[in-house]
Design a protein around this ligand. Structure first.
Ligand code: GTP
Length: 596
């Protein structure tokens, strides 16, 4: 297809605003999926199938659409919706010339929509504002058309009104995509340059790479090169998804499609990288490529130590399909053998732990999430700390912590409560804007470390679920941070060390010592539980000793019962961790970490 007849677009929408349903209607109306084969959420279904290794999820779908006697090819490119995957979103957007901004006509704009809209504007995309679900009785298109027009500039009447459910307005939307979104432009005679905007692991076909051609042409059977690594591969198959993969004789300027090279690991085909010919390579890679950088770290441990090998295998498998997952072995006094893992954000952490337990049947405990600190020592060395145990105790001159720019969208009634929460989390207010009469956007600078610790939960409960949140990295700042250690009878318990702001050290110390006092059983001797900053004790609790006469009673009685008891105790011992002389059931550590 010549570039003049191609339109590349994506749909930006908040979760549940109806992206999948609208995509279904488009597939149906363009005839890509016959009415007979139509099932609800066609593309989503493929996702589930892909998990079982049956089909490949279409990250992009090509649809024919005729307008004024011209046969156009529309490429709809899927964007991941969530904040943790901003980089992937930005690459998907970079593959498009336009975006449909889809907003629920009964809900209005949400934080996630806004964040992705800003990204789309940064990428110079043409925005088509659309209100969805206008068939709903609760829809208020007048109000939200004004909100949208106000946000992106333009007139409320220009905001399209559709229903993905009934199909109303969808043809008009397809027409508008052709009329308004610019055709792709590129140099057909230049050496090939294709941008990877997604890379999906498939258990049968290996890695399937989704690309947007910028310049030149790629053809089957030729040797290609990844510009970031210079690695070369043979192009086994190249084609378009519509939505099932259809091999073609190549892809030219502006086209969107998939390719297969036989690589087995998505790390060999990285999102954002540029693909070129091996023989006649392009001299310059496309802009915008970066390696995914983990922002949040956590220790993951099997609850049953004998599952360690299985955990390692499971992580190795997940890595094939997730280029941003990082991990290395780690040991902990309290938790035994496990892995230190790096994630793009909290949702990413949740997805991985969920998959580990759901797909691999592992029982796991994760330590409190931590962020990356840049510590300058008194001798001027720079130490990167992703685990409190690496903190250079007693030699710290200065600590820098990561900061994020946070956007929160909420009904105006909750502004006071949420501002209080943000302030408590050391946020600095950057701005506040009314999107409509009753909806407000709050913008804050906030330490990432304050967000990874149950901030979402607090935000949701304080606004009865009405607030939505988004964040993006915004550099680092120097802060007055300290490491708080928790000691059992003078021995450090590594899994509970935490780097916190000095003003919050005391609160953290008393919380953890109290928690552990309640959870750790009494011993033959008194056990002090202390919280300390370096050598200075800031909080203390005591577990008093078991009294002698109680013991005596225990050991009386008949001999067989006693043996049974002893055997039972032995079994229990396997799960016991020794911290110095103190015996602690692992459950106590786990309960203390999960923070009930
Ligand atoms: P995620 O895949 O979770 O991000 O959601 P989504 O944005 O793809 O939304 P989806 O298409 O799954 O729709 C969310 C809900 O809204 C579903 O229950 C749909 O049936 C419903 N829905 C979608 N479009 C319409 C519409 O035009 N009218 C009405 N009444 N309901 C709709």
């Amino acid at each position: 297809t010549p570039p003049e007849l191609i339109r590349n677009f994506c749909i930006i929408a908040h979760i549940d605003h109806g992206k999948s349903t609208l995509a279904d209607r488009m597939l149906q109306m363009t005839g890509v999926v016959s009415d007979r084969d139509m099932r609800a959420q066609y593309l989503d279904r493929m996702d589930i199938e892909r998990e079982r290794g049956i089909t490949i999820k279409s990250q992009a779908v090509r649809m024919p659409w005729a307008l004024s006697d011209n046969a156009y090819a529309l490429n709809m490119i899927d964007t991941p919706g969530h904040v943790d995957f901003t980089y992937e979103v930005s690459r998907s957007l970079a593959a498009c010339e336009g975006a449909v901004l889809l907003v629920d006509a009964a809900q209005g704009i949400e934080a996630q929509t806004l964040a992705n809209l800003y990204l789309a504007l940064e990428n110079d995309l043409h925005i088509i504002p659309v209100l969805n679900k206008i068939d709903l009785p609760a829809a208020d298109p007048e109000k939200f058309a004004a909100e949208l027009a106000n946000l992106i500039g333009g007139k409320p009447e220009d905001v399209l009104r559709v229903s993905g459910k009934t199909g109303q307005g969808v043809e008009e939307l397809l027409d508008r995509i052709v009329e308004q979104i610019p055709a792709p432009r590129g140099d057909a005679d230049a050496p090939a340059r294709a941008m990877i905007f997604d890379s999906v692991y498939d258990s049968y076909r290996g890695v399937v790479t989704y690309v947007r051609m910028i310049d030149g042409k790629l053809e089957p059977r030729e040797r290609i090169q990844m510009m970031s690594t210079r690695a070369t591969h043979e192009l086994l198959e190249i084609g378009v998804s519509s939505p099932e993969p259809v091999p073609t004789q190549g892809l030219g300027v502006g086209e969107v499609g998939y390719l297969i090279t036989g690589v087995k690991d998505v790390r060999q085909s990285k999102v954002g990288d540029t693909i070129t010919h091996h023989r006649k390579p392009a001299t310059e890679a496309l802009p915008g490529y970066t390696d995914p950088k983990p922002m949040v770290f956590s220790g993951i441990y099997p609850i049953d130590g004998s599952d360690y090998g299985d955990l390692r295998e499971a992580l190795d498998k997940l890595k094939l399909s997730d280029a941003s997952l990082q991990y290395e072995p780690e040991t902990s006094v309290a938790l035994g053998f496990g892995f230190r893992c790096g994630f793009l954000g909290l949702l990413h952490l949740e997805i991985i732990t969920e998959r580990l337990s759901r797909e691999f049947g592992l029982d796991l405990i994760t330590t409190a999430p931590s962020v990356t600190y840049e510590v300058t020592t008194d001798t001027g060395d720079l130490v990167t700390v992703t685990n409190p145990s690496e903190y250079p105790d007693g030699r710290v001159a200065e600590v820098a912590e990561p900061v994020v720019k946070v956007g929160i969208l909420l009904p105006k009634d909750y502004v006071g409560t949420v501002m209080e929460l943000c302030q408590f989390r050391r946020g600095t207010l950057l701005g506040m804007e009314y999107l409509s009469e009753d909806r407000v956007e709050l913008r804050y600078n906030m330490p990432l470390g304050e967000i990874v610790f149950d901030f979402f939960d607090h935000l949701k409960s304080k606004t009865q679920g009405y607030a939505s949140l988004d964040y993006e990295p915004a550099g680092t700042q120097i802060a007055d941070l300290v490491k708080v250690d928790i000691l059992l009878q003078g021995e450090k318990v590594d899994a509970f060390s935490s780097i916190v702001h000095r003003e919050k050290a005391y609160a953290y110390g008393t919380m953890m010592t109290e928690r552990l006092r309640k959870l750790i059983p009494r011993q033959q001797f008194e056990v002090p539980i202390q919280a300390a900053i370096g050598a200075r004790i800031i909080a203390r609790e005591n577990i008093s000793a078991i009294r002698k006469d109680v013991l005596a009673k225990c050991y009386g009685g008949d001999i067989s019962r006693k043996r049974k008891l002893l055997e039972k105790q032995k079994e229990g011992k396997k799960r016991m961790k020794m911290v110095g002389r103190v015996e602690v059931p692992q459950e106590a550590f786990i309960a203390a970490l999960s923070g009930d």
